[in-house]
Structures are given as structure tokens and as C-alpha cells.
Write a protein that binds this ligand. Structure first.
Ligand code: HEM
Length: 131
């Protein structure tokens, strides 16, 4: 269960800013994100809300991750693996092992479900003759 005891809001902000800093510098992930995100301040604020909810139980995030990712062209399993590797590298630097463990576990589960959802939505798309 998410709980405010797990980590502070500052730690969530540090995780998100440091992770997306790394994403933007990454030669593979960077261009994918840069192609779709023009307002980084807004994306970072959304992601702080998302992770604050997932880890601490705040309820600020109002989004719909599945359709947003389904709409991104060209995602593949290697991109998701790289995303997760970078995420785990980032959580390891935070100095909060319980937070790192919980965040890694959630990220892994969500990555898997986004990837399955992505493939399913593309399969429907292909069947409708748009492929
Ligand atoms: C290859 C992997 C990924 C790529 C390229 C990617 C890319 C993106 C992009 C471009 C957006 C902005 C979409 C928009 O505002 O229209 C976004 C939003 C988001 N992503 Fe990812 N993402 C990836 C994996 C993940 C994973 C594993 C998570 C799990 C925590 C995640 C969580 C989110 C959330 C919560 C949002 C906000 C959705 C919303 O505003 O409704 N993403 N992602």
C-alpha cells in the first residue's frame, strides 16, 4: 500500500527529475521523449503527481497512461527494458532502499502492462486494416 511514511515529497521530486534528466540524455530514449514532449515542466509535474500517488498515496494524478502510450508510434520491448534499467539506476542513487524497492516493483509491473496494452492496441489497429 502507498504510504507517506515510505518517502518524502522531496524524494519523489528528486527521483522524477533525476530520472527524466537521464532519459533526456539517453541516446536511445532521449529522441523518443523529445519527439512527444514539448512542455517538460508540465510532464515533470505530472510525473511527480503520478509517483507521489503511487508511493505516498496522494491523489493528485489525473491521467490516463494507457491511451497516451498506445498513441506513441514505434515503441518496442527494448525501449521499455531500457526505460526500466535507467529507472532502477536512478532509484539506486536515492539513499532510500525501501522507496527504491517499491518504486522498482511498481515500475516493472506498469511497464509490463503498458507493453501488453500497447501490443493489444496495435493488434486491433492492424486488424482494422490500418497497419
Ligand atoms: C519506452 C517506454 C516509455 C516511453 C517512450 C514513454 C513515453 C511517454 C510520453 C511521451 C508521455 C507523454 C504522453 C502525453 O502527454 O501525451 C508519457 C506519459 C506518461 N508515462 Fe510514459 N513512457 C514509457 C514508459 C513508461 C512507464 C514504464 C511508466 C510507468 C511508470 C510510464 C508512466 C507514464 C505516465 C504516468 C504518464 C502520464 C500519463 C498521463 O498524463 O495521463 N511511462 N510517457
Amino acid at each position: 500500500m502507498p504510504t507517506p511514511d515510505l518517502c518524502t515529497e522531496e524524494e519523489v521530486t528528486r527521483l522524477v527529475h533525476s530520472f527524466y534528466g537521464g532519459v533526456r540524455r539517453d541516446t536511445v530514449l532521449g529522441p523518443v521523449f523529445e519527439a512527444h514532449i514539448s512542455q517538460w515542466d508540465r510532464h515533470l509535474a505530472t510525473m511527480v503527481d503520478f509517483w507521489s500517488g503511487a508511493l505516498r498515496g496522494t491523489a493528485r494524478f489525473r491521467g490516463a497512461p494507457m491511451p497516451k502510450h498506445a498513441a506513441l508510434p514505434g515503441l518496442n520491448v527494448q525501449l521499455f527494458q531500457r526505460w526500466l534499467a535507467l529507472f532502477r539506476q536512478t532509484t539506486a542513487t536515492l539513499g532510500n532502499d525501501a522507496m527504491a524497492e517499491r518504486a522498482n516493483e511498481l515500475a516493472g509491473r506498469i511497464a509490463e502492462s503498458l507493453w501488453y496494452g500497447y501490443q493489444a492496441s496495435r493488434a486491433d489497429f492492424a486488424q482494422e486494416g490500418h497497419a
